[in-house]
Structure formats: C-alpha cells, structure tokens
Design a protein around this ligand. Structure first.
Ligand code: SF4
Ligand code: SF4
Length: 89
C-alpha cells in the first residue's frame, strides 16, 4: 500500500513566522488607556482578537497581556470615547 505523504512545510513555516513575530514584541505598554475618558463599556475587551485586555473588578479594561498586542488598531478605532492610543503608531 502506498504511503500518503502530507506536506507540512507551509504550516511549519507559518507557525515559525508567528512565533518569531511574537518573540519580537517586547514593549510592555503597546497601548495606553486614558482612564479619565474610559467609561468601562467593555467594547475593547470584547473586540480585541488577541485577548490583550482583562476587566478589573469595576469592569474597566486592563492591559493584561501586552506582549500579545499586534497593533491591529481595532481597540482604538472602536473605542467610542477615544480613550485608547497606541504607543507605537
Ligand atoms: S472601548 Fe474605550 S470606553 Fe469602552 S472600555 Fe474600552 S477604553 Fe473604555
Ligand atoms: S491593537 Fe489590536 S491586538 Fe492590540 S490591544 Fe488593541 S485590539 Fe488588541
């Protein structure tokens, strides 16, 4: 019986690229939340694809996983109160 060969080169390469990209992220404060403007609506927490935020006991966002931020911009573009800015862009 012929053995089926599965080419995993693409997926391995993709995983390596992702891992290298993540390793490069060393900024502990990739974004700033201007707390006085934030109303704790949770939009940023829900929309962040990288799950960078966690809610504090009052429901306000905390940048809990800064090295996971990929600067996609979704949080600052959707914050209704303009309370989020990037420190890198
Ligand atoms: S989207 Fe803006 S106002 Fe809403 S919780 Fe996040 S920072 Fe605060
Ligand atoms: S820029 Fe993107 S990845 Fe970074 S915290 Fe905002 S939504 Fe999350």
């Amino acid at each position: 019986m012929a053995e089926e060969k599965i080419d995993t080169a693409d997926s391995v390469e993709g995983a390596e690229k992702k891992s290298a990209e993540k390793k490069k992220r060393t900024n502990p404060t990739p974004i700033n939340i201007y707390r006085r403007w934030c109303k704790g609506c949770s939009i940023c927490i829900v929309l962040c694809p990288q799950n960078v935020f966690e809610a504090d006991p009052d429901g306000y966002p905390v940048v809990a996983h800064p090295f996971d931020c990929n600067q996609c911009g979704i949080c600052w573009l959707h914050c209704p109160d303009f309370a989020i800015t990037s420190t890198e862009k």
